[in-house]
Structure formats: C-alpha cells, structure tokens
Design a protein around this ligand. Structure first.
Ligand code: NAD
Ligand code: TDX
Length: 331
C-alpha cells in the first residue's frame, strides 16, 4: 500500500509515519513544505526503502495531483496548527488549512483515491468547567480562533466533497496531543524546554483551562484504524479521557523535573482562550473497537520529558525565536 502523508515532518504527522513503519507494510510518501514547524530530523531514522520525502506545498496543484494519483490513500495532517500564531497573523492559516485542503480534495475527486482528513476538537468551541457534556460527532461547530475557524471550514469542505462529488473520505477530530517531536511553541514542550534552559515556565491567565490529553501514538493508531475500517463520509472523535487543567499539567512537569510545583509565572491570557475541551470517543471505540494504549498520563509525560532531554539538538535552534515571539506578546 502506498500512503501519501501530508505534513509528515510535523509533530503528529511524523508520529503517524513512525507508527506506519513499525506496524504495517505500507510505503509512505511525505509531502511537507518544511515551514518553521516541519523538521526532517523527525524522520531521519526511517529506512529510505520505506519512505520518500517530497519537499513541496499542498497548494501546488500539479504536484498534489501527481502525488495523489500515485497513492492508494492520502492522510492529510499538513496545517498551520498554532492558535497563538493565528492570532498574530491569520493569513497562512487561510492558505494552508482552507486552500490546501481544497487542493487535496480536488485531487482525490479526480483520481478516486481514499482520503482521511485530520482535524481537531477545537472546531466545537469550548465547554464550561462544570458542563457534564463532552463533545460528540453531533455537537454543533462553534470555533473561537482563526486557527479553529479554518480547521472547521476545512472539515465542512470535506463533508461537501463527500456529498456532492462522492469523494471517499473520513474525518477525525482529536483532542490535544503530547509526545516526542512536538514543536516547542506548544504548551507541554515549551514548559519542559524552559526548565531545561533555566527559564521559568509560563502559564496563561489563571491556568484553570482544561485540555483532554492523548499520546500522539494513540492518535496514530486511531487514524490507522479509521483508514482501514472507517465508514466513508463519517466523522470520528478521537480522545483518551485525559482531561486535566493546565495548572495541574504544569505542576506535574515541574515535579517530574525536580522543581517546586509553583516555580512558574502567570502571564497574559490568550485572547478568546477556550476554557475546556472534552471528547466523548464512544463512537470510535464501539464501531471500530479502538482503545488507547497510553493509559497513564504521568508516565507518558515522564517519557516525553526524557525525550526532550535526550534530543536537545532537535529543538535547541528554535528556542530563541520561539521565546522572542512570546515575549513580544507579554507571554
Ligand atoms: P505541526 O505544526 O507540528 O506540523 C504541521 C506540518 O505541516 C509541518 O511539518 C509543516 O511543515 C507542514 N505544513 C504546513 N503548511 C504546509 C503546506 N502549505 N504544505 C505542506 N506542508 C505544510 O502540526 P501538528 O500539531 O502535528 O498537527 C497536525 C494536524 O493535526 C493538523 O491538521 C492539526 O490541526 C491536527 N491536530 C493537532 C492536534 C495537536 O494537539 N497538535 C490535535 C488535534 C488535531
Ligand atoms: O506557554 C503557554 N502557556 C499556556 O498556559 C502555552 C504555549 C499555552 N498555554 C495554554 C493554552 C492552552 O489552554 O496551554 C493550553 C494548550 O496550549 P497549546 O499547546 O497552544 O494548544 P491548544 O491551543 O489547546 O491547541 C492544541 O490542541 C488542539 C494544538 O496546538 C492544536 O493544533 C490542536 O488542534
């Protein structure tokens, strides 16, 4: 099987490629523009006979058509993925998340190739801390940020291309991922690398905000399950019952790294900051028999901390620019 993975040099895309190499016989082609968020080192350990790397943009119609026609399936991870960047400059989010997805949809429409679309729980907006509800496949879309609005728009394009043109597509909306190869702009690796660098971790606002954490390997196994056995046209929510407040996650990082649990700074809150995400993944679990394998967040987090300690050459060159971006925003 020939699988085209867009965004395979990014955080979750590279974890998915490693999952495919370890658990299937598939040959993988990665299409990645190597933006600030892409890192080819994340794929360096993979044997060249299993992986082809194409440096290119998902908005490049001719390139996308050629690569899609040569594939049995497309799994689309490529995106501008960071909420804070979308607040500073939304334009790349329109181009990549909307026009890029449109370009891929037109290619699979022409060729009939199977397509899986990677999306986020943020399309549903947020929940109150005490709301007994969690997001399900029928929760109305209500995105808050330019990032989540473009992801919501891309999901709706997929649904329209399935209904109007018979494209063979599935969609998954996953909660917050953690694990190796995550860019240090994101919450968990930012705080881990701050501690390693002797900088104080930074908590937005009160830190009561809740995220629903899942290991990137569990996200990958769910996507592989959906690609093989998911029903065309369906949406699957992926989550591992990992709700935790940002403050609790940060205290755990500090404790695991031998620091006092309160050795962090409160900084300006994110404008429009979503309060809580929570996923009800029963549809995926009952229909496709999927279950996560990382059930202990503390040990998964400890392994992630070790990975950033052991792989300083992977992230060090991005640290100064990342912190300069946040410093200019008072964060
Ligand atoms: P990331 O920012 O780490 O990686 C994105 C990758 O896409 C990078 O390698 C980048 O170079 C590439 N890319 C960006 N624009 C491109 C373009 N125009 N053409 C080709 N390649 C391009 O992102 P991530 O955190 O790995 O997220 C991957 C996907 O998963 C996204 O679609 C995101 O919305 C979704 N998602 C992420 C999370 C999370 O917690 N990180 C949760 C749910 C869903
Ligand atoms: O320094 C920080 N301090 C802080 O308190 C950073 C970078 C973040 N935060 C907070 C904001 C969020 O409540 O931590 C939480 C997580 O922040 P991010 O890592 O930026 O993730 P989030 O905004 O929740 O979005 C993530 O999950 C859904 C991914 O970045 C998205 O791509 C995905 O769709």
């Amino acid at each position: 099987m020939e699988i085209l993975v867009t965004g395979g040099a990014g955080f979750i895309g590279s974890n998915f490629v490693h999952y495919l190499i370890a658990n299937t016989d598939a040959h993988v082609t990665v299409l990645d523009a190597l933006t600030y968020a892409g890192n080819q080192k994340s794929l360096a350990s993979i044997a060249p006979e299993r992986l082809a790397f194409v440096h290119g943009n998902i908005c490049d119609v001719d390139l996308v058509n050629t690569l899609v026609e040569a594939s049995d399936a497309v799994v689309h991870f490529a995106a501008e993925s960071h909420n804070d960047n979308s607040l500073a400059n939304p334009r790349p989010f329109i181009d990549t998340n909307l026009v890029g997805t449109y370009t891929l949809l037109e290619a699979v429409r022409r060729s009939g190739v199977r397509y899986h679309h990677i999306s986020t729980d943020e399309v549903y907006g947020d929940l109150e801390l005490d709301d007994p509800q969690r997001f399900t496949e029928t929760t109305p879309y209500n995105p808050s940020s330019p990032y989540s609005a473009t992801k919501a728009g891309s999901d709706l394009l997929v649904r329209a291309w399935v209904r109007s043109f018979g494209v063979r597509a599935t969609i998954s909306n996953c909660s917050n991922n953690y694990g190796p190869y995550q860019h240090i702009e994101k919450f968990i690796p930012r705080q881990i690398t701050n501690v390693i660098c002797g900088l104080r971790p930074k908590l937005y606002g009160s830190g009561q905000n809740v995220r629903d954490w899942i290991h990137a390997t569990d996200h990958s196994s769910a996507v592989w399950q959906i690609l093989q056995n998911g029903r065309i046209g369906e949406t699957y929510l992926i989550g591992a019952d990992g709700e935790m407040s940002n403050r609790a996650v940060l205290s755990l990082i500090l404790t695991l790294m031998g620091q006092p649990a309160d050795a962090f700074d409160h900084v300006s809150d994110r404008p429009g900051h979503d309060m809580r995400y929570a996923i009800d993944s029963r549809h995926l679990r009952t229909q496709l028999g999927w279950a996560p394998s990382f059930s202990d967040f503390q040990s998964g987090l400890a392994a992630t901390i070790e990975w950033y300690r052991d792989n300083e050459d992977w992230w060090r060159s991005a640290k100064q620019a990342t912190e300069a971006f946040y410093a200019a925003r008072g964060q």
